[in-house]
Write a new protein. Sequence first.
Length: 202
Amino acid sequence: MPEELISAKLEKMTKIKNKSTHETMSESLEFVRSILNESSRVSALIGMAEFVPETVNEALKVARSIRSTSSQVSAMIAIAKYVPEIVSEALDLTRSIQCETSRSKALRDLGEYIPEELMSKSLTVAFSLHNVSSRVSALQGLAKYVPRTFRSEKLAVVQSIQSEYSRISALQGLAKHLPEIVSEALEVACSIKTESSQVATL
């Protein structure tokens, strides 16, 4: 079924589900189960979770069967709101995403659900990103969710960035959530040799 038809059907379901009968919900669930595209089916199942909680387990089963790792992670992140126990599994999958841009995005999206006991692991995944922009992006996305007790781990990731401009960008992203590193950001900015670039950075 074309994506536009799925969207139209799901929109119609959304409008009636607040006053739906058991029969209506059963009919809607059968429709969702018939969606061939796995990602679309997961999205639809998650959309019904508030009204039919048991669809979460079905959505998780479908999500785990998705072949694309990045798509599987995206689906599991959506489910994490309802099943926080799968965050560790999603983080492990995130680490295995080959495309660093996708891995960085997955880390940012997952950040909201990562418990404190997994924060060190998430920063290790960020640190493993070779692409500087992806590493900076991941760190900035995680910054507001990482407890202050992980200050040294955050700074270790930042200090691993060779490019001064990228390091400044990462520090600026962290500063609003970790005010005590502002002085380090200024120190790096002042070390930039080109005066005009130094002013622009500050």
